[in-house]
Design a protein around this ligand. Structure first.
Ligand SMILES: [Zn+2]
Length: 275
């Protein structure tokens, strides 16, 4: 979770600073990673001294080298040649897996606080409570927690072939990936796999095998990965989602996502399993 940092603690040495401005992250000019520094070298944060949060480690037994502080500047920007704003995707793609998780969590919390300023039940202002990561309405006591949206992602194989699709959003990059989609209310993960595969490419699958999961902070997905075997049907693409889908032989794969993403790891697992 994130806890408010008392202002005297801000003067106690270096911290990693995750400073969000709009949907971007502040880095020193020319850098790709958030600054590790003490508060005195961030004079533009003077106005935010009461709004600095510390991101607590996920595994409480792990001692971090330095604390991670999070500031949300909202719509404000820093007007200085020494600093620039970079997209989250950019930071995440250039980052080790551990830092990926830290930046991703911080962004999900910031996004949560920004989008839960008012109560969805009675419309009153909401306030962050300090003993757990939640926003609470003081009028009607409605409480909200950061949203996590489960999303299945599946690599479909058939003998020496793998089914990969190019989403409408990847038309320019020509990248082919595994199929993915949000789990609907009332649906199990496995039902979501069968439904999503049939909707997107018109084929049936069998022998689902759980692979692993990955939080994906755009803005709050939890990707749940499966391997599945082809069970029948011809490829028919849902034109709203999928530009093209094909069976690829493992020795002639198109451009695929990096292994940092669970999509890249699933494709790699199919290659290892079949070769
Ligand atoms: Zn309320």
């Amino acid at each position: 979770m994130m806890k408010k940092v008392p202002s005297h603690q801000l003067k106690q040495g270096a911290a990693r600073w995750l400073i969000f401005s709009r949907s971007k992250l502040l880095v020193a000019s020319g850098d790709t990673q958030p600054p590790v520094t003490d508060a005195s070298s961030l004079p533009f944060l003077a106005a935010y001294q009461q709004d600095v949060y510390q991101l607590t480690p996920l595994e409480a037994h792990l001692q971090e080298e330095q604390p991670t502080f999070v500031v949300d500047m909202g719509a404000e920007a820093v007007d200085s040649d020494e600093w620039e704003e970079v997209s989250l995707r950019n930071v995440l793609m250039n980052t080790p897996v551990g830092a990926f998780s830290v930046v991703g969590r911080a962004w999900q919390y910031v996004h949560f606080l920004r989008t839960h300023r008012f109560c969805g039940q009675c419309g009153s202002a909401m306030h962050k409570i300090d003993w757990e990561m939640a926003m609470q309405c003081q009028q009607c006591q409605h409480r909200c927690y950061p949203r996590v949206s489960p999303c299945i992602i599946v690599a479909i194989h058939d003998n020496e072939r793998i089914l990969l699709a190019r989403g409408v959003r990847h038309r320019e990059t020509n990248m082919y990936s595994t199929l993915a989609g949000f789990v609907e209310s009332g649906e199990s993960l496995e039902q979501a796999v069968h439904r999503e595969v049939f909707e997107e490419v018109g084929v049936r699958v069998k022998n689902l095998q759980y692979f692993g999961s990955q939080p994906w902070p755009f803005p709050h997905s939890l990707m749940v990965g499966y391997l599945a075997e082809y069970d029948g049907g011809n490829i028919v693409c849902d034109e709203h989602e999928i530009d093209d889908a094909q069976w690829f032989s493992l020795d002639a794969l198109p451009d695929t996502p990096p292994k940092l993403s669970i999509a890249g790891q699933l494709i790699d697992a199919v290659i290892k399993q079949l070769s």
